[in-house]
Design a protein around this ligand. Structure first.
Ligand code: HEC
Length: 329
């Protein structure tokens, strides 16, 4: 991995860790204000039905895999108690819930999901792709491989930050669940059916093979898109692409709490981070200072004394060895 990738990751994670520490209170972050609909679609009925209720994540996508039921909780922006319906109940049926509705997929095809209140309505097109059991099994295997996507330097924990160490490796063919779901070794980012419902099948492939979301989609972590794009381009075969879509869309729905584990936090006693401050003192989850060989100003100090004296740390601090200026990007 080049120095510039390491630097971008490191700076991204410093911001991410700082944000996790201070809470998501920053109102100057334009990404957090991005529209909630990744696909960028509105709730306009394709058939021209009037209505302003906005079904979140519209237009919606799901999968039909025999033997693996796909259920998709949906909500209307700012409204509870709407009554939902499906224009083609052979493709999908809906059950109203306290928050919105749960869509249950019956077969591939498309249907229009409509939400109605006493005085308003809104619709969303739902497109369902068919996959086979064999594809699903391949997807599960790719997602949960034994090989980790992050191979840390000896003695280091599996965390995204470990990648900043030149002795660490990123295995582009490694397991998705190195970082995804509550069982992951790091980050624990969810990708629930509802969360990815606004991404078309092609959008999903671009997300996991190129590290790029559709233009209006928000970042759910605080990792800057450019840093994310540098590590989220995974090696996935054609067959695995279909398999991963089938597998992800048929996962049991669950709430998506903000439980991102960046693997680093501000060191205990360190001063609050400033945006763009490369001297932030980072510690691992056990409070042990993290130092990154070859990157100036990153950890290695003794934070409890105020952290001003980087020379007192254990890092040999080869400040020039990896000077990013020499890398030129
Ligand atoms: C090194 C950690 C890591 C690995 C391994 C990884 N991801 Fe991700 N993934 C992330 C992060 C971080 C995000 C969150 C981006 C953001 O802030 O929204 C993400 C986001 C996603 C999203 C979008 C979720 C959303 O709500 O927008 C999908 C889908 C996804 N990953 C699928 C995959 C698949 C499939 C694989 C395996 C081929 C994979 N990921 C491997 C870290 C990882």
């Amino acid at each position: 991995m080049t120095n510039s990738i390491r630097l971008a990751l490191l700076l991204g994670l410093q911001l991410a860790a700082g944000a996790a520490f201070t809470g998501c209170g920053s109102d100057s972050d334009p990404e957090m204000d991005a529209p909630a609909n990744p696909g960028g679609g509105g709730a306009k009925d394709p058939a021209g039905q009037a209505g302003t209720l906005q079904i979140l994540n519209a237009p919606l996508y799901s999968a039909f895999v025999e033997g693996h039921e796909a259920t998709l909780p949906v909500t209307v922006k700012g409204v509870k108690g709407a009554k939902f319906s499906s224009s083609d109940t052979s493709v999908a049926i809906v059950t109203d819930t306290a928050d919105g509705a749960t869509i249950t997929i019956k077969k591939d095809g498309s249907t229009t999901i409509t939400a109605k209140t006493d005085d308003d309505s809104g619709s969303a097109k739902l497109t369902v792709t068919k996959f086979t059991e064999a594809q699903w099994t391949l997807g599960e295997a790719r997602y949960s491989k034994a090989e980790l996507a992050i191979v840390p330097a000896p003695g280091e924990a599996v965390s995204l930050l470990a990648l900043a160490n030149p002795a660490a490796k990123r295995d582009a063919a490694g397991a998705c669940n190195t970082c995804h779901t509550a069982q992951a070794k790091t980050l624990k980012i969810e990708n629930t059916p509802t969360q990815i419902a606004g991404y078309s099948d092609q959008d999903l492939i671009t997300i996991f093979t190129k590290g790029m979301k559709p233009p209006a989609a928000e970042m759910k972590s605080r990792i800057p898109p450019i840093a994310w794009g540098m590590f989220h381009a995974w090696e996935v075969t054609e067959e695995e692409k279909a398999g991963l879509i089938a597998y992800l869309r048929t996962q049991p729905p669950k709430a998506n709490p903000a439980m991102i584990d960046y693997g680093v936090t501000l060191c205990p006693g360190a001063p609050p981070p400033m945006l763009g401050d490369t001297m932030i003192m980072l510690c691992d989850n056990n409070g042990k200072p993290v130092s990154i060989p070859g990157l100036p100003g990153a950890g290695g100090g003794t934070p409890s004394t105020g952290g001003a004296d980087a020379g007192s740390g254990t890092s040999t601090s080869t400040a020039d060895a990896g000077a990013p200026a020499a890398d030129g990007g």
